[in-house]
Design a protein around this ligand. Structure first.
Ligand code: DAH
Length: 341
């Protein structure tokens, strides 16, 4: 038995383990219930009394050696699990966090709104999913008007008063006339939808800002002034405007507004196609039939309305040539407006 113990002692000394799992296996083999060391203690009971003293000492030595070795192996297995050097190099410069920029459309829209806020207009909003009455019917669009065609409008339902995606923010005018007390002086920024093939000059989603002013004695001269003051705030204090007769079902008379080209200052360039003028919005006096359709007495009240495309204003301001840039979210494009903001 003594020899057996001596042999085990040398074996224990040279034990090696890879990982905590192996250490545990060794512990079971040596000190577990059926482990060799435990069994030797069992055998020790049968040993003759005169041998007990000497064998007892070596046996205890063996137990201590086994326990110590296991402890050692456990520690080094745990140490191996941890990296010997830090994972982090605290002297390294940090990663650059790319700063985003406000989208040029949001910037332009906010700018238009804040100009009109200064003139006393408040913001009104309406739903993007609308019905025929608010987008077309109450705005004097005749039943056979091409805008009511599937080719131009995204319809959600069909029938008597179909549900559709609004094609202009003029629907917000209607909701304001229905719900707001007079006088009304509102600006309506929002997203609109048209069933158009996407190209450099057209998109199926874009943004408009609509304005509406209804009060007693509102005249075309007031409209002209509201448009001129806006043009000067937006395009510079020297900006000039001109109005060309036009047609919209909901205004009479109607006009198209041009602003003097801010790039060539009227001399003619390729942005204004040599004319010196850039078209910026549509406008007109609210048709009395529209006022009446919305319960407003057209003999007492009159009003004007205007509407502009935000993408177009932003294109003119920053000379963006392709509308699609606004929707592609290319950081190289968007970043250019950081300095502007
Ligand atoms: N709703 C028109 C459009 O989408 C724009 C417009 C023109 C709005 C004249 C107006 C207006 O309020 O008076 O083309």
């Amino acid at each position: 038995m003594k020899e057996k113990i001596e042999k085990l002692l040398t074996q224990i000394e040279s034990l090696k383990a890879q990982g905590e799992q192996e250490v545990e296996e060794i512990r079971i083999k040596l000190l577990g219930k059926k482990g060799v060391v435990t069994q030797l203690f069992e055998e020790f009971r049968e040993v003759l009394p005169e041998q007990k003293r000497e064998l007892g000492q070596v046996l205890n030595k063996l137990k201590v050696a086994a326990t110590q070795k296991i402890e050692e192996l456990k520690e080094s297995a745990q140490a191996n699990m941890q990296p010997t050097h830090s994972l982090y190099d605290l002297t390294k410069p940090g990663d650059v966090v790319e700063l985003g920029a406000r989208h040029p459309i949001s910037v332009t829209m906010d700018q238009i709104v804040s100009i009109y806020n200064k003139f006393g207009y408040t913001v009104a909003k309406g739903p993007e999913i609308e019905d025929d009455w608010h987008v077309f019917g109450s705005l004097n669009f005749p039943p056979e008007h091409p805008a009511r065609d599937m080719q131009d409008t995204f319809f959600i339902t069909h029938g008597e008063n179909p549900v559709l995606l609004r094609t202009h923010t003029s629907s917000v005018q209607v909701r304001a006339m229905e719900n707001m007390p007079l006088p009304i002086r509102i600006i309506c920024p929002g997203r609109v939808f048209r069933n158009e093939a996407i190209s450099a000059r057209a998109h199926c989603i874009f943004h408009q800002v609509e304005g509406l002013y209804i009060d007693k004695d509102v005249s075309f001269a007031d409209l002209k002034q509201a448009v001129l003051l806006f043009a000067r705030e937006m395009f510079g204090s020297n900006a000039q405007i001109r109005l060309r007769p036009s047609y919209f079902p909901f205004t009479e008379p109607s006009a198209e507004v041009d602003v003097s080209c801010n790039i060539c200052k009227g001399a003619g360039c390729n942005v204004c196609k040599g004319t010196g003028w850039l078209e910026i919005m549509g406008c007109g006096m609210v048709d009395p039939a529209v006022l009446e359709a919305n319960g407003i007495d057209s003999k007492v009240y009159s009003g004007f309305a205007f509407g502009m495309g935000v993408e177009r204003i932003a294109m003119l301001k920053w000379q963006v040539k392709d509308l699609r840039h606004y929707f592609e979210n290319d950081i190289r494009f968007l970043k250019q407006f950081q300095t502007v903001i």
